[in-house]
Design a protein around this ligand. Sequence first.
Ligand SMILES: Cc1ncc(C[n+]2csc(CCOP(=O)(O)OP(=O)(O)O)c2C)c(N)n1
Ligand SMILES: [Mg+2]
Length: 377
Amino acid sequence: MKKGTQRRATRTSTKASQSRGVGSNGDEAGQPTANGELICTTETTLAPEQLLELYRYLKLTRMVEERLVNLSRQTKVVGGVFRSLGQEATAVGTAYALKPQDFIAPLIRDLGAVLAKGIRPREVFAQYMAKAWGPSGGRDLNIHFGDMERGFIGPISHLGDMIPVMAGIVLAARMQKKDLVAVAYIGDGGMSTGAFHEGLNFAAVQRLPLIIVAEHNHYAYSTPTSKQTAVKNLADKAAGYGIPGHIVDGNDVIACYEVMKNATDFARAGGGSVLIEAKTYRRKGHAEHDDQRYLPAGELEEWERRDPLDRFERHLITQTIATREKLDEITSGVQREIDEDVAWAESSPMPEPEQSAYNVFDNDVVPPAFRPKVLEV
Ligand SMILES: Cc1ncc(C[n+]2csc(CCOP(=O)(O)OP(=O)(O)O)c2C)c(N)n1
Ligand SMILES: [Mg+2]
């Protein structure tokens, strides 16, 4: 590919993403301030109250996950706990830019997007514990549930498969003359699947308002990104589909909001699909069982310095948007909500076994759990 072609198709066009100084090697997330500490971009359209709301969602995401780890150690969680530690700003900032009618397809590291879309922590806790009052009633685990009212499509486990699904949703919306955009989150590993390619190619050709958020967190299980794709920047792949590609500092919540706001404005105006690459880092293993022994020395520590929550706190305080007391007050409110919601989820019964036969296929068809009884008659 000629250099010029690449530059045209892959651009970091928002001021927010440029001002964060994401280097060409993609690993320089953020510019240090005079004393060497990182803050967030100061170029924003967000009002102070919205910035505080963003802070609340970031804290909520981190603290819900921390509580899930505790519950898991108490053997109260069924299945694995998948952390988004270090990536919360990508999920929260991008989802916060959406309108209520927009749809998202989150993956395991996108709890922040789910919460920003209006799902309550109590639903998340009950779901992880496979309780009857959880959104899937114990049928599935972690964020494998959906909510059509709040614009959240439950993920298919097979990576990449949500891209054609979300393309279908925006195609259907266009046919029904509905004004909505869809956002599909995908990891660096998931982007190397056939389904990703076919889905995005279709959306691009049809100029559908589908926004892909590529979470470049440097690993897929234990495989570093460089071992499964030859591109340096995942946004470079946009050129292959003829759509704009943007690179954003995924640890800067304000930059993530702004890049998504621009992308949705573009898509809503009929511009078609957009690929956003968020440069970030998975600070925990794939799930809690993974001790990350494959990490090179010093890498984790380097990314701890770029922690999205610490950065945003420093930003809010140094830019005099909030005092430390105000942030502590928000944190206490989050803590109270989590305590109440865990108590609610724990008080839920486990589902009755025969309930597993309902809401899988059409409930009018004799549920399998009752078939032997029907045959007896
Ligand atoms: C098609 C397919 N292959 C393999 C898996 C198993 N799997 C689940 S998560 C995962 C790693 C995904 O890595 P990435 O896409 O980078 O997302 P991350 O976990 O880093 O957020 C794999 C290989 C799967 N779910 N689907
Ligand atoms: Mg990854």
